[in-house]
Design a protein around this ligand. Structure first.
Ligand SMILES: NC(=O)c1ccc[n+]([C@@H]2O[C@H](COP(=O)([O-])OP(=O)(O)OC[C@H]3O[C@@H](n4cnc5c(N)ncnc54)[C@H](OP(=O)(O)O)[C@@H]3O)[C@@H](O)[C@H]2O)c1
Length: 331
């Protein structure tokens, strides 16, 4: 077990000035932007990780107000590219800022099956693999924060359902259904967080995962689709995305007196994730697979046909070999 540095035990007010930076992926709209705005209002510096420079700049600009001129930054990165994620982590590392929290928020819900730059099903790539790699690469910076830092992953109540399909994580052997792929990617968010929680226990990092609530965003509209007559709003109501800000921000920088490591929240209430998400073997299996295909871990054995050709850059990693392997190490 890693020893807890005494630096983590300094009084909060003393450390407060030194830890002010929060990273939000997909921070240019919806839940991510609402979270960033709330955090900016609390005096934190934001690093927005966005895939589109123009949209990111607009969002960045909107964080400033006459009363709040935080040191906000934009890092342009596509979470659907492992190379891009690596470059983003390097750029963030160069800022030297101790990170108070990383909010893994970005997600997508394409109607038709898409693939990432590295050949993974797009939802799994953006929602899980990109965040898995980013989090792991930033862990040294998170551990370096003067008070406990948090990795907050925005999952969804939609993670409930069937277990993660390790035989076909990329929807290559079964028909792609976007809501099914969304469920799997959100389940991956929860499995990842619970696996991460075990790994960071006692290091000054807390891994938290939540269903943020239901808000009228682009992604919700994609999820609900078009309904004849009433439309999406009539089915789920129209809670403005802005209302998500305090919910996510509070888990990122608030409730300091609580140890939130390994906790699943339904909005701001502790809750139990689905049975499939609580499956420890699945958590470890997903961790092993993700580490291998993102290049975090060396291939298993020389000449092992089931081992992926992992390169340090991550790009070009072929993912199906491991996905096909029925037994994965739980290390
Ligand atoms: N809205 C809800 O009711 C609800 C409910 C439960 C959970 N959630 C969760 O809340 C989170 C935010 O969703 P939202 O509702 O706010 O959706 P949204 O408004 O559609 O925002 C999604 C964000 O993810 C970004 N993104 C998509 N693909 C990306 C990529 N390849 N690289 C980098 N960024 C990418 C988008 O960037 P672009 O603008 O460039 O597309 C956008 O900023 C998601 O994890 C979602 O599952 C939402």
């Amino acid at each position: 077990m890693v020893r807890v540095s005494t630096r983590h035990q300094r009084p909060l007010n003393e450390a407060r000035e030194e830890m002010r930076t929060v990273i939000v992926t997909g921070g240019n709209r919806g839940v991510g932007l609402a979270t960033a705005r709330n955090l900016a209002g609390r005096g934190y510096d934001l690093i927005l990780v966005c895939r589109d420079e123009e949209r990111g700049e607009v969002a960045l600009h909107s964080l400033h107000s006459p009363h709040n001129r935080g040191n906000h930054r934009l890092v342009v990165a596509d979470l659907a590219s492992l190379d891009s994620v690596r470059a983003a982590a390097e750029t963030i590392g160069e800022t030297g800022a101790p990170i108070t929290a990383l909010v893994n928020n970005a997600a997508c819900l394409p109607r038709k099956r898409g693939t990432s730059a590295d050949g993974f099903e797009l939802q799994l790539a953006v929602t899980h693999l990109g965040h898995f790699l980013l989090t792991n690469l930033l862990l040294p910076r998170l551990r370096g924060a003067p008070t406990p830092s948090r990795v907050v992953t925005v999952a969804s109540a939609a993670h409930s359902g069937p277990p993660f399909n390790f035989r076909d994580p990329n929807f290559e052997r079964r028909r792609y259904r976007r809501r099914r792929a969304y469920q799997q990617s959100k389940l991956a968010n929860v499995l990842f967080t619970l696996g991460l929680a075990r790994r960071v226990a006692g290091t000054g990092v807390q891994a938290v995962v939540l269903h943020p609530g239901v808000y009228d965003t682009g992604l919700l509209r994609d999820y609900m689709g078009r309904f004849p007559g009433g439309g999406m709003a009539a089915r789920v109501g129209t809670t403005r995305a802005e209302k998500a800000g305090p919910v996510v921000a509070e888990l990122a920088v608030g409730r300091r007196e609580e140890d939130l490591n390994g906790v699943y929240f339904h909005k701001n209430v502790r809750a139990e994730p689905s049975a499939a998400a609580r499956d420890r073997e699945a958590q470890e299996r997903l961790w092993s697979w993700s580490a291998a295909v993102t290049g975090l871990q060396a291939p298993k054995a020389d000449g092992d046909a089931a081992s992926p050709s992992v390169r340090s850059g991550g790009s070009g990693v072929r993912n199906t070999a491991l996905a096909d392997a029925p037994e994965l190490p739980l290390g």
